[in-house]
Write a protein that binds this ligand. Structure first.
Ligand SMILES: Nc1ncnc2c1ncn2[C@@H]1O[C@H](COP(=O)(O)OP(=O)(O)OP(=O)(O)O)[C@@H](O)[C@H]1O
Length: 240
């Protein structure tokens, strides 16, 4: 592995039965970068994150340094949100699982801006943005050096989405994190990532946002023209 790279992936293939979702993928991520993983529905973005977390079987090489600590913010958790649990209970369960002192819970709650009132709220009634903060706080409990986010703002309105990305930016700066982010929002990708990996039915490609977020690359990947908006101050400017 190159000394500057935090992650090296070589010839990664992930298949379910005869269906190869990812085939012969190789790429490197330097430490401190933000990589956005984009691509059409079903192109394997979540599967790639799961492979990087060793949660699904794969062939090929995924090389993290031994000191790395991975934090995962899933797209959703498949628990019934109506079960009678408080936000604090979920954080305590995760801290207990990681054998961490309870003091760590307040630390991460403060980091993501969770109020005492929110901590004492039932998970069944928190908003999408508040639940997303909870998932981020749970990922932060293990003091990660790398955060892997799966669609952190899916189902949030624009204001909540802004707040979550601001939080992610702040955490990245404060904790010196490397970030791997799955997103469908190409304007967010353009703004927050310095590397973009585009998965598609054709050949996957990786490069800077200026190289990957072009009409040609996006049209080939999505098999349809894509348009996104750059947020610049208070107005939006269409890009192609
Ligand atoms: N455990 C599994 N067993 C069998 N097939 C799976 C499994 N997990 C994922 N797949 C298949 O892998 C493919 C890629 O799924 P994945 O969830 O990674 O797509 P994605 O790019 O994240 O899509 P989306 O943008 O819709 O979230 C899909 O065809 C999916 O059905």
């Amino acid at each position: 592995m190159n000394r500057d790279n935090l992650l090296s992936v070589r010839n990664l293939t992930v298949a379910f039965g005869d269906h190869a979702v990812i085939r012969d993928l190789s790429f490197d991520i330097p430490s401190g970068d933000t990589l956005a993983i984009i691509g059409p529905n079903g192109s394997g973005k979540t599967v790639l994150l799961k492979a990087l977390l060793h949660l699904v079987p794969y062939e090929g090489v995924i090389l993290w340094p031994s000191h790395v600590r991975l934090g995962y913010v899933p797209q959703k958790i498949s628990a019934d949100r109506q079960i009678p649990l408080l936000v604090r209970d979920l954080l305590e369960a995760k801290a207990h699982y990681l054998k961490l002192p309870r003091g760590n819970i307040q630390d991460v709650a403060d980091q993501v801006g969770m109020t005492t009132e929110l901590m004492e709220t039932s998970i069944g009634i928190v908003s999408g943005g508040q639940f997303q903060k909870l998932l981020i706080a749970m990922a932060l409990l293990g003091k990660p050096t790398v955060l892997l986010f799966d669609e952190p703002t899916a189902s949030l309105d624009e204001l909540e989405e802004e707040r979550i990305y601001e939080l992610v930016e702040n955490l990245k700066t404060q904790w010196g994190l490397t970030i791997l982010l799955v997103s469908h929002d190409l304007s967010v990708v353009h703004r927050s990532a310095n590397l973009v990996l585009c998965l598609s039915k054709g050949a996957p490609c990786i490069g800077t946002p200026d190289k990957i977020l072009t009409q040609d690359v996006l049209t080939a990947a999505y098999a349809a023209p894509q348009q996104y908006y750059m947020h610049r101050d208070s107005h939006r400017e269409p890009q192609s």
